[in-house]
Design a protein. Structure first.
Length: 393
């Protein structure tokens, strides 16, 4: 079956690629095409060699629309990229809107009506329910929006299926919305935990971890450097970044730091901040976070990051050093946004951060996960179940 997947950012690819790998293993996908609308995102994904080669490993391809400056050349190029819609049944997975492209809308519509193609809307959210709910509330509170007493309506129509990580009721709980649709819902669970994705990473681990990375190392999630969400008293992230680096640099001689840039990271500014602190013994890596997490002493973040959720799932100690909007901090009772996914939460206290880092580096810290809670928060679907559902598409 021919699958074309439209992706907006790396999180979408992280969520959907493990599912496509599983379907490929089940013999239900052939030569999938992953498409971005933005050349900048395309180039960033190419740098993420694990994801890019994961696509290649299943005879897939990553492409980008509108990659030229000339609009007329782009129209011709886009038709070439999307040509399968003209002669073959295509299963389209939309992880985001089609970018307002009339061409895509026309081709998908034609394929659906004439060649019996299907449209699948992906609403995958690989986070536990209450943590996903907290993320939505943080946006609301930081923007000063009033609490909604009644659930809003979220209408998703015009497609053939919807992909959800959670049950419909859990999805509605996360977003405080009533999901209204006229098509079946496919529950795919926590896609990042699917076994074929694990096998792919394990098989290629030695190739994807650069030799320059030496153990022990801490995995540092390098995010934005300016303001992320405007809040009542949330400082710019470059201040938080510099503050935590000044603490971590005290341990440069005893542990390497592996910085993982985000697609939104201003690298020139980030490098300038790192160098201004006199930081040493570090490397930048675009390898997949999971490979780093599995081998790291601990995972560190200076802002809210889904990488911490993945690290929790994989059993790696997690540290978050940041400062939330005070209104959210009070609303969430002084806890980290991602709740028990954060093992060590320091709310803008450099002295406490130093105590925690010293403990993690020099003591044999054992982090125990509750297996039953992990199964509840990160449900993983069996391949037979997925095969049965997708065989009907």
């Amino acid at each position: 079956m021919c699958y074309i997947v439209f992706i907006k950012n790396i999180l979408h690819l992280d969520d959907i690629l493990p599912l496509i790998l599983e379907l490929k293993k089940a013999g239900m996908v052939s030569q999938p095409l992953f498409i971005t609308h933005n050349r900048e995102i395309y180039e960033y994904l190419r740098k993420n060699i694990v994801l890019y080669e994961g696509i290649i490993s299943i005879d897939g391809r990553l492409s980008c629309l509108s990659r030229y400056k000339n609009r007329y050349i782009n129209q011709i190029y886009n038709i070439i990229v999307l040509r399968k819609y003209l002669y073959k049944k295509v299963i389209s997975i939309e992880t985001s809107a089609n970018g307002g492209s009339l061409l895509i809308s026309l081709l998908v519509s034609y394929n659906r009506k004439v060649l019996k193609g299907k449209i699948i809307k992906s609403l995958i959210r690989n986070r536990p329910v209450e943590q996903g709910r907290n993320m939505v509330e943080y946006y609301r509170i930081a923007k000063g929006e009033p609490e909604k007493k009644e659930s809003e309506k979220r209408v998703v129509k015009g497609c053939d299926y919807i992909l959800l990580s959670h049950t419909k009721e859990q999805f509605e709980r996360i977003f405080n919305q009533n999901l209204i649709t006229d098509c079946p819902i496919i529950n795919v669970g926590y896609t990042r935990g699917l076994p074929e994705w694990y096998r792919y990473l394990d098989k290629n681990e030695s190739r994807y971890i650069p030799g320059e990375i030496k153990k022990p190392f801490l995995f540092f999630n390098l995010s934005r450097t300016g303001r992320w969400i405007t809040g009542e008293d949330s400082p710019p992230l470059d201040q938080i970044l510099k503050e935590c680096l000044l603490v971590l640099k005290k341990f440069n001689d005893d542990i390497m730091t592996v910085f993982k840039p985000h697609s939104k990271t201003d690298m020139d500014k980030a490098i300038a901040i790192i160098e201004s602190t006199g930081y040493s013994n570090y490397v930048f890596s675009y390898s997949h976070p999971w490979l780093m997490i599995k081998n790291a002493k601990f995972t560190f973040s200076y802002t809210i990051s889904s990488i911490s959720v993945d690290a929790h799932f994989l059993g790696c100690p997690t540290v978050e050093y940041t400062q939330y909007d005070s209104r959210f901090f009070k609303w969430n009772k002084g806890r980290p946004l991602f709740l028990d996914s954060i093992d060590f939460f320091i709310h803008r206290d450099p002295k406490q951060l130093e105590i925690v880092i010293r403990k993690l580096i020099y003591e044999d810290v054992k982090i125990q996960r509750n297996a039953e809670k992990l199964r509840e928060d990160f449900p993983i679907m069996e391949q037979d179940g997925l095969k049965m559902v997708f065989s009907k598409i």
